[in-house]
Design a protein around this ligand. Structure first.
Ligand code: TMP
Length: 211
C-alpha cells in the first residue's frame, strides 16, 4: 500500500481540524499508518510565528513570510520528525496547512509571485499527492471565530479572510498544472464534507474508480 501525503487548506474557521481527524480515521480503517501534523509547526520557528500572531512580538509581513519558509523547510527536513522522515517510515502524512497557506495568507499582503518563488525549494522537495481546500464563506468563518474565542489573531478579520480566500483561488489557478487540488463545499455539516473528501481520496488511492 502506497503511503500518501495530503494537505488540508482553508481560511480560519473552515473546520480543517475536524476533517483531518475524520480523514485519519477513514485511512486508518483501510490500513494506513497515519502521522498528522500542522503548520505553523511546534518547532521554535513555529513558536515564534505564533507569538507574532498573538501580538506578543511585532514583525513585518515579509519577515513573517520568511519565517514560514524556514518553518516549512524544517517541517519537511527535520531528521527526527520531518515529513520526509515520516514518509520513509511508511506513514501517510496529513498536514493541517502547507504551501497554499503561504500563497494565500502572505500573498494577501505581499506579491504572490514572490511568495511562490520564496517557497520554491519546499515545493521542489515534496508536494502533496493531494491538497484539499475546504471552501467556506468568510462571513461564516468569522461567525465561528467570534463564537469560539475571546481575542482574535493577526489575520482574523473579515476583510483579510476575503482577501485570503481570493488569493487561494488565484494560486490554484496559477499552479493548476503543478499541484492537485480538490475543492470541497465547506458550508455544510462535517459529515457531508467528510464524505466528499473520502470519495476523492478513494479515487486517489484507486484511480480506476469512476472520476
Ligand atoms: P491555524 O492554527 O488555524 O491553522 O492558524 C494558523 C494561522 O497561520 C492561520 O491564520 C494561517 C496562518 N498561516 C500563514 O499565514 N501562512 C502559512 O504559511 C501557514 C502555514 C499558516
Amino acid at each position: 500500500m502506497k503511503n500518501l501525503f495530503i494537505a488540508l487548506e482553508g481560511i480560519d474557521g473552515s473546520g480543517k481540524s475536524t476533517q483531518v481527524k475524520l480523514l485519519s480515521d477513514n485511512l486508518k480503517h483501510i490500513g494506513h499508518h497515519i502521522y498528522t501534523t500542522c503548520e505553523p509547526t511546534n518547532s521554535p520557528i513555529g513558536a515564534m510565528i505564533r507569538s507574532i500572531f498573538k501580538h506578543q512580538i511585532e514583525a513585518d509581513h515579509r519577515t513573517i513570510a520568511g519565517l514560514f519558509v524556514a518553518d516549512r523547510l524544517d517541517h519537511i527536513l527535520n531528521k527526527r520528525n520531518g515529513i520526509l522522515y515520516q514518509m520513509e517510515q511508511g506513514f501517510t502524512v496529513i498536514s493541517d496547512r502547507y504551501l497554499f497557506s503561504s500563497y494565500a495568507y502572505q500573498g494577501a499582503h505581499i506579491p504572490l509571485e514572490w511568495v511562490i518563488a520564496a517557497n520554491s525549494l519546499s515545493a521542489e522537495i515534496i508536494q502533496p499527492d493531494l491538497t484539499i481546500f475546504i471552501d467556506i464563506s468568510p462571513e461564516i468563518s468569522m461567525q465561528r471565530l467570534n463564537k469560539g474565542r475571546d481575542s482574535l489573531e493577526l489575520y482574523e478579520t473579515l476583510e483579510n479572510l476575503k482577501n485570503v480566500q481570493e488569493k487561494y483561488y488565484e494560486a490554484f489557478d496559477i499552479l493548476k498544472e503543478k499541484q492537485k487540488v480538490f475543492i470541497v463545499d465547506g458550508n455544510r455539516t462535517s459529515g457531508f464534507i467528510a464524505e466528499d473528501i473520502w470519495k476523492e481520496v478513494e479515487r486517489l488511492i484507486n484511480p480506476k474508480l469512476p472520476q
